[in-house]
Design a protein around this ligand. Sequence first.
Ligand code: NAI
Length: 379
Amino acid sequence: MVRPVSCRFVGPVAASFGTADSNRTLFSISRDAPLEHGSVLIPGDGIGPEVTSAACRIIDAALLNSGSSINWIECHAGVTALERGHADLLPQETIDAIQKVGVALKGPCTTPIGDGFSSVNVALRKTLDLYGAVRPVRSINGVKTRYEDVDLVVIRENTEGLYAGIENEITPGVVTSLKVATEKASYRIARFAFEYARSRGRQKITVFHKANIMKMSDGLFIRCSREVHESEFPDIEYEELIIDAACMRLVQDPTRFDMLLCENLYGDVVSDLCAGFVGGLGVTPGANFGEVNAVFEAVHGSAPDIAGKGIANPLAITMSGVMMLNHISVRSGDPAVKVAADRIKVAYNAALCEGDRTGDLGGDLGTEAFADALIRRLG
Ligand code: NAI
């Protein structure tokens, strides 16, 4: 019998676990002392272990000799958690570890289609109340696509909508799925989006909706967004578009958009659509924020079609790692972590421009070889 495996604390544990509070204490001591920031690492399923391992290697290399480091606390979720002997797809100790350090880098977790268990990803976001998903979509030098100069951010409400997963069989052959919209969550995500816009110097937010049909649920969502705009952020341009026509405008010219604010399901679909503008799922990072905790994960899934082959692009999860480093830097005040994030950006831009790419981008490098190519350019 496989015995349950506890979260693996990599490196010295107790003193450097790195809760938000202990980090504050660390930063009041001399900057000459090495700083270790805790982050939970969830390899996930399918290509998850391959791409997260490559991303951690890149992040560690970027921090080498900087005086700062990441203390990766490996925990599990998804099918991998069961395979490792846990009783649950989302073990309590994984949740506890994230709550302790406040930050995680997460690989994708598989969800069966049609039947079987419900989504571990949705459960994690709900349990930690990670209500705001941020998915930046930017054209990358060296990745040629049909579009140029795309630079937009999708903000997705992460906790309700049709993703509430409340489904009923009324009678054999008749099922319903309940769409949930609350004022609390709608005001909260609208405020999150506008605050993000203000802090990043973004000019405009476009809300995608279908309030002509779902007058109550999507109607509530846009009413709350409009109110937050008018009362608190009148300086940021605001627009509402019905989602079908909005998608047509998106593919006609994505550069006319700055930030998109979407309820849960629309945000899910639109994120993948937007990934197609800039080179696909291999280059689209993401983050899920709550009031206290943040989990960084790529937009892509576990890609069972290429899992275990060593060919997955580790860039999306590495870019999510860059977002994580920036978050840690802001939260802790440690500039070395921000410097490492910037170095990784410069390195992957150089690697892609000089033709080092994985197969999804038309190149011939495998996961590890691309990570090596990036590390060589860290300078
Ligand atoms: P997917 O994103 O896993 O794959 C879609 C296509 O993109 C596949 O052809 C795949 O090979 C390719 N792809 C994805 N990531 C890639 C990468 N890094 N490098 C190169 N190619 C890449 O979506 P799919 O197939 O719909 O879902 C597979 C599983 O992942 C499902 O169980 C789904 O529920 C789960 N999933 C999990 C997510 C998460 O953990 N946050 C997000 C999306 C899906």
